[in-house]
Design a binder for this molecule. Structure first.
Ligand code: GDD
Ligand code: MN
Length: 378
């Protein structure tokens, strides 16, 4: 028997049955958790043809390589590795789109979600003609385990805010654990924002018709290994998602963010300009030039951290990005200084001159850097 034949016979049967249930697991630095998760899935999903797809954003700890080594032994385990990208929601969406099973679940890779309720979720979905079943911490029988009170409070506030973008009486719209019908997802996928990490909320807020759902309680467990990836900017991400759902159909939310960062930059710009003029007694041209440089650098760093969080440049890419940002924006800066000086020379106030200069550069900067500085790498 040659190698290929040996492999085919060893995976024949289960490996060749197409899955009824695809489980999508976004991962970032979860190498020490994935094997345990697969073992547990295997234990609870007896009799159900399933597969698990890990969508890894090029974790430094080598999660993707490890998952691939698992899939060499078990064809039900698959890996999608994304390079130069970050984002929980977008990872889930790409994972779902890479599968074909009629039922799709999303769960975390750190074992905080109780895999034992998966069969029950599938039963509800199939027997009750539902669109989606949510693993819920906030219905009778569920819980948040050993959470600190401030995290619990934040979660409740975020849940309240979600009422801004959809109406369903879902107790746990922040859950990252759910199962749905593929056809419902396919009818929704072109409308989802895929920003940040609230994929469930995104789906509920984007679905073309009200979703038929049910919540199944589970107790949110402690992490098996490693630490949470949701940092202090998670609240910002959440705000961006809500904003996109509220006004995204009118104006791209990235431009809104860029303009908001620009607004902050304008503040910085005016402070520097005023200091240069009034404290250092520099000429207007020199003051405006220095204020522009300071604001430009600040804006680059803030946009890299917030607006382009999912494509964040790091290390050498950060330096190259900054240089390209300068290069692209120097045209904007020339227009800025030219226009501001022109207005100032015609006896308008220093602040009106400064604002007009900045405004023209913001539009230019956004249009060009979105295609140049933060274009997708690869
Ligand atoms: N591919 C990818 N890319 N995966 C990611 C990323 C990313 O940028 N960030 C996080 N993940 C993965 C983690 O590796 C983990 O498997 C899962 O997404 C959840 O991330 P955690 O870092 O464990 O988040 P958490 O436990 O703080 O938050 C969970 O609970 C929240 C409810 O309070 C998540 O399920 C959230 O979605 C959920 O809202
Ligand atoms: Mn977690």
């Amino acid at each position: 028997m040659n190698v290929v034949d040996a492999r085919l016979s060893s995976t024949a049967g289960e490996g060749l049955v197409s899955p009824l249930l695809s489980i999508i697991v976004p991962t970032f630095n979860e190498r020490l958790n994935v094997s345990e998760l697969v073992t547990r899935l295997d234990a609870v999903l007896q009799g159900i043809p399933w597969e698990v797809v890990f969508v890894d954003d090029d974790s430094p700890d080598g999660t993707a390589d490890f998952v691939r080594s698992l899939s060499q032994r078990d064809g039900r385990v698959r890996c999608i590795q994304r390079v130069g990208r970050r984002g929980l929601s977008s990872a889930c969406i790409e994972g779902i789109l890479a599968t074909s099973a009629p039922y799709v679940a999303v769960m975390d890779g750190d074992l905080q979600h109780d895999e034992r309720i998966l069969p029950e979720m599938l039963d509800h979905l199939r027997d009750e003609n539902l669109d989606i079943v949510v693993g819920s911490r906030y219905v009778q029988g569920g819980g948040v385990g050993d959470w600190q009170t401030d995290r619990a409070t934040m979660s409740r506030v975020a849940t309240r805010l979600s009422r801004l973008v959809f109406r369903a009486d879902l107790k746990d719209p922040m859950s990252g654990f759910f199962m749905m019908r593929r056809d419902m997802f396919m009818a929704t996928v072109r409308r989802v924002s895929s920003l940040g990490f609230k994929i469930l909320l995104d789906i509920f807020a984007s679905a073309p018709t009200a979703l038929k759902f049910r919540e199944v309680p589970f107790e949110f467990r402690s992490r098996f290994s490693g630490e949470s990836k949701l940092d202090s900017v998670a609240m910002w991400d959440y705000g961006v998602l809500l904003l996109d759902k509220l006004i995204g159909h009118i104006v791209p939310v990235r431009f809104v963010m860029f303009a908001m960062v620009g607004g902050l930059g304008l503040g910085i710009h005016l402070v520097v300009l005023a200091t240069m003029l009034n404290v250092a007694h520099s000429t207007f041209d020199v003051s405006q030039t220095i204020a522009t440089l300071v604001a430009m650098t600040g804006n680059f760093l803030l946009n890299n951290y917030l607006t382009y969080r999912d494509k964040r440049l790091q290390g050498m890419h950060l330096i190259v990005g900054l240089l390209s940002f300068y290069a692209v924006c120097s045209v904007g800066a020339i227009a800025n200084i030219g226009l501001a000086s022109y207005i100032f020379e015609h006896d308008y106030s220093w602040w009106l001159s400064g604002i007009a200069g900045v405004a023209i550069s913001v539009v230019w900067n956004y249009a060009v850097t979105s295609n140049f500085t933060w274009r997708s790498r690869g």
